[in-house]
Design a protein around this ligand. Sequence first.
Ligand code: BG6
Length: 302
Amino acid sequence: MVDIADLNKRHGIAGKVTFREGAEGFAVMDVSNSHATASIALQGAHLMTWAPRNEQPVIWLSSAAKLATGKSIRGGVPVCWPWFGPHPSEASFPAHGFARTVPWEVAETKALDDDRTLAVLRLIQTPATRAQWQHPCDLECRITVGESLEIDLVTRNTGTAPFTIGAALHTYFAVNDIRHTAIRGLENCAYLDKVDGGKRKQQTGPVTFSGETDRIYLDSAADILIDDPQLKRRIRIAKRGSRSTVVWNPWIEKANKMGDLGENGYLNMVCVETANAADDVVTIKPGAEHHLWTEYSVEALG
Ligand code: BG6
């Protein structure tokens, strides 16, 4: 049972942060300030929307997205943790980890001096999560909503032995037409091509799209740019604590099989994921913490 009144009482901020039931039993936090609006599902600490004022939505949410307990939402920013992709040894464990489909709690909401809004969510650990991840730790997702959007996924090792995580902020960005979209910042990076059996290849020039694309770019720590000439805008992705970037678009056939991408939804999205994937997994020592941090901002494209 979600207690919306209690959430509003404890964490609501008049005119800035309100909670509502997005679907039965499914709490959503709405954020509104002078810079932007955003909405965040408590399940998965899943940011679903973010739009700076006077700007079209930057984050894509499928028109067919389902808000349901224990299911990942198609679109927004799924949090993949504590592994990326299939589990390395347990085939029955969910792809991309469990963080995106379990309840999180609100640790803090705050109106910052510059009128940005901070929301801090903490993963709730239960016997079910411990069955898939035994290492003592805390996981926090710190989201700052402003003219730019910052997400800081913080993993703290509270135990006595090191552990290793994979992770990703699996963001779906809104584009006018994927066929006229170019991704810059990955030139000269090697990548693993998941639509070609994981073969290692070399990127030359910007990434453009004419079919299913599913790649893990390696040694990618620089800013990534999504150029959308039709919307005359560029989305800039800055990142820290990440040396891998995943680029994904399922294209038409896979999208049709998925069932929750919406009609021709694949044309209007591209996932560019600030990741700890492939050889970029991170070992965290006892008492230490790892920040997977990213910031999205919009620039005019002449
Ligand atoms: C991407 C993976 O990160 O996520 C793809 O590289 C995968 O292989 C995609 O298909 C979507 O995953 P899911 O579990 O959200 O359908």
